[in-house]
Structure formats: C-alpha cells, structure tokens
Design a binder for this molecule. Structure first.
Ligand code: SF4
Length: 111
C-alpha cells in the first residue's frame, strides 16, 4: 500500500471540481444502463460538459459548470450522490495523489 492510499479524505470536494464524468468510460455507461440508472444517464446527457483546461463548460450552450453534477453538500462537507455506483475514475482517485487535493505532499510523491 502506498502512502497516498492511507491519507484520509477531508471531503472538501475539490477533486470533484474536475469533470470526472467526461472520463467515465463507455463501460460505465453500459453498467448504468444495466443497473437501470436512467437518472444518471439523463443527467450526463443534459450535462454534456467539456473540460477547458481549468473549468467545465456545456458543449451545447457554453454555460460554465461548477463541478460534477453529482457533488452534494452535507453539513459543510461534500458527498457524492452516486457514491455506490460512481465511475472507476472516481473510485481509483486517492486522496493526496494530485495537487488538486489539499492532502497532497510533493515530497511524498518522490519517495
Ligand atoms: S480533494 Fe482530496 S480531501 Fe478533498 S474531497 Fe478530494 S480526495 Fe478528499
């Protein structure tokens, strides 16, 4: 197990400001179809976000999004509304593994 795997998530939600959904592979969409999660598929279709390097915009109308449409707030902390069936790109993200995370420690990455 790496050091970053042991870092606890602070539920700040910063990693959810990147448009992880655009990285949701076709296999995830097939899985959601099998699971009958039309609610997720409908939101993704409506979302139609495109990552512009530092923000997400709608490919349909240029509207800027604030982050993942499934990011919710709960008592000052964030939570994923589809946590139990979230895409692999989100399941595999480890707290502290990227500079976007406040738990990131550059010296730990070089060990
Ligand atoms: S950026 Fe890091 S601490 Fe914040 S929610 Fe994501 S994994 Fe957790």
């Amino acid at each position: 197990m790496s050091d970053t795997a042991e870092i606890e998530c602070q539920r700040c939600g910063k990693c959810c400001l990147a448009d992880m959904l655009d990285y949701a592979a076709e296999e995830e969409q097939d899985r959601w179809k099998r699971e009958g999660r039309e609610d997720i598929l409908r939101i993704i279709e409506q979302h139609h976000g495109v990552w512009m390097g530092d923000h997400i915009v709608s490919a349909d109308n240029g509207h800027m999004f604030r982050g993942c449409p499934f990011l919710e707030w709960e008592n000052g902390l964030t939570r994923c509304a589809i946590y139990e069936t979230r895409p692999r790109v989100c399941r595999e993200f480890r707290p502290g593994s990227s500079e976007i995370c406040p738990q990131f420690k550059p010296d730990k990455q070089e060990e």
